[in-house]
Design a protein. Structure first.
Length: 240
């Protein structure tokens, strides 16, 4: 009788998951938040700057903030800006109700990347059915709308052109930034917006600062980009 009761008790425990032959796997450790995405508290009296861009801009945000310390409150959108279609969907919320003195902005690398049926995944540019996420003509049209919205803020605007796409980049074609930068130049020149030629700045030391077969930059490379970005922004800050 005792044996039968023990067997029944064991079955009940197993059914409710209270017995396990293997220990539970440890929960995955949460990735530490990127400090570039942290909200900052404004220093009263300093002009307010907003950075809009993708992972390239995320990479140089902290260095730009440090270079302009004591000169400007440098904010950024708290996400990857993605393609121009994402900008159209979210720009108003990114701008919020705050007053911005300078806005430094870019879209491009996510527009020119190739996708397949799943827009979240890059695709081989040569694969059947793959296409650029936002073709050049649509990119130019989208950017025209975004520039109009940005001009309405009254901020000093700085267009940052798209950095080089090297050979072997996953889901992208070497040199495609050229035609996208030409399309962007038509829009920004018509709007009277100056260009931070970060593409030329990067190309001057590309082998030293960019990762192999990758659109991204080394930590030192991001600091190198930040020097140019900070200089362009500082030149547009309100004069005391």
């Amino acid at each position: 009788m005792r044996t039968i009761l023990l067997l029944c008790f064991t079955v009940v425990l197993a059914t409710h998951g209270l017995l396990s032959a293997e220990p539970k796997a440890k929960a995955k450790a949460k990735r530490a938040p990127n400090p570039a995405m942290a909200k900052i508290e404004d220093v009263p009296g300093l002009p307010r700057v907003l950075l809009i861009g993708d992972s390239i801009s995320i990479g140089y945000t902290l260095a730009v903030r440090e270079l302009l310390k004591g000169k400007a409150n440098v904010h950024r959108i708290l996400t990857n800006g993605g393609p121009t279609t994402n900008g159209l969907a979210n720009l108003k919320s990114w701008l919020g109700d705050s007053k911005w003195d300078v806005i430094h902005f870019n879209w491009g690398l996510h527009d020119l990347k190739y996708i397949g049926t799943d827009p979240k995944l890059r695709a081989d540019p040569k694969a059947p059915g793959s296409h650029q996420q936002v073709p050049p003509a649509d990119y130019e049209k989208n950017l025209t709308t975004l520039v109009s919205q940005l001009k309405a803020t009254g901020a000093q605007l700085i267009w940052c052109n798209t950095t080089p796409v090297p050979a072997g980049s996953d889901g992208r074609v070497e040199g495609d930034e050229i035609k996208y930068n030409k399309a962007a130049a038509r829009v920004t020149m018509a709007a009277g917006i100056p260009t931070d030629d970060l593409c030329a700045h990067a190309r001057a030391k590309l082998a030293e600062v960019q990762l192999p077969a990758n659109v991204h930059f080394s930590p030192e490379g991001s600091k190198y980009l930040a020097e140019k970005v900070a200089a362009e922004i500082e030149a547009k800050l309100p004069k005391k």
